[in-house]
Design a protein around this ligand. Structure first.
Ligand SMILES: NC(=O)c1ccc[n+]([C@@H]2O[C@H](COP(=O)([O-])OP(=O)(O)OC[C@H]3O[C@@H](n4cnc5c(N)ncnc54)[C@H](O)[C@@H]3O)[C@@H](O)[C@H]2O)c1
Length: 280
């Protein structure tokens, strides 16, 4: 059998339905937009209702279809609601989950408080697990359709990073979750699961100006922008073979590639999207 011409006139993800967490801005929002342009219906899941709704409106303005489901992925009720609303929106189908919501709450090991630790593990590990578990009925299906889970990691999870013990552990943890999903749901249901691990990407997470916060579920604020911006890129790009900071577009294209039929025989892998940083 030969490979047919690799064009997908209806889009790489035509007819599919995706949940993308943390999709109100940054990497998740760009992923929602590129998925939509490739024919996918998208549930934009995020803490930030106003920004999630703006992403949905922009997608609809381009002729795509999306819904905003606002809430906190660390809350059980929200996970159930997200799966239920997406399944309704998708006429009973969900094909893709991108576990992307997250931020870092950094300190050196000796200063990390239990609350800091628990928050980061709950956000990056427990929440993705619970979302995948809640969506199991939509993935454990033998109908021959493409389905995949993508968990977002970081070079910190693969190589470690001084000052990021909780984040590094959590981002390493999703790699084990990914491989286990691939092993459990691949043989019978054909579900692919891959991790996409980013190096530095220019988003609010890394570049927020002084004074920008994530509001935690308990109402307290957490400062973001831990690198005080990449506005002096020469300080950061010395160990990056491509000698530039990545963009949300670079990140979203890699997630799209991983979700697409071009990666139909790729599962259980950690795709490094880091400009080559950290080793090749
Ligand atoms: N930007 C980078 O350099 C970089 C590098 C490696 C990995 N990552 C990872 O990529 C993912 C996206 O990061 P980004 O840079 O786009 O950040 P971002 O801050 O621009 O966007 C993250 C989104 O996640 C949402 N979010 C946070 N906590 C949430 C919760 N409890 N429930 C629902 N939504 C929540 C935020 O509201 C925000 O909209 C994260 O998992 C991050 O750890 C980013």
């Amino acid at each position: 059998m030969t490979t047919s011409r690799l064009n997908f006139p209806q889009g790489l993800l035509a007819g599919q339905v995706a949940i993308i967490t943390g999709a109100a801005q940054g990497i998740g929002a760009e992923t929602a937009r590129v998925f939509s342009r490739e024919g996918c219906k998208v549930a934009v899941a995020d803490l930030d209702q106003a920004k999630a709704s703006a992403v949905v409106e922009a997608i609809k303005a381009e002729g795509g279809d999306a819904i905003a489901v606002a809430g906190d992925v660390t809350k059980n009720d929200y996970i159930d609601l997200l799966v239920q609303k997406t399944a309704e929106f998708g006429n009973g189908q969900i094909h893709i989950i991108v576990n992307n919501a997250g931020y870092a709450w950094d300190d050196p090991i000796e200063k990390i408080q239990d609350k800091q630790w628990d928050t980061i593990i709950s956000l990056h590990n427990t929440a993705p697990f619970k979302l995948v578990r809640a969506a199991a009925p939509y993935f454990m299906v033998e109908d021959g359709k493409d389905r995949c889970i993508i968990n977002i990691s970081s070079t910190s999870g693969v190589y470690g990073n001084a000052g990021q013990a909780s984040y590094a552990l959590a981002k390493a943890g999703v790699i084990g979750l990914t491989k286990t999903i691939a092993l459990e749901w691949g043989p019978r249901f054909g579900v692919r699961a891959n991790t996409v691990a980013f190096g530095p990407i220019k988003t609010r997470l890394t570049t927020a100006p002084e004074g920008e916060f994530v509001v935690r579920p308990d109402g307290t604020k957490h400062a973001v922008g831990f690198h005080h911006g990449y506005d002096e890129p020469e300080k950061w790009i010395g160990d990056i073979p491509l000698r530039r900071i990545g963009t949300p577009q670079d990140a979203a294209k890699a997630i799209l590639a991983t979700a697409s039929p071009l990666f139909s025989y790729v599962t259980g892998q950690t795709i490094m999207v880091s400009g080559g940083r950290g080793g090749m």
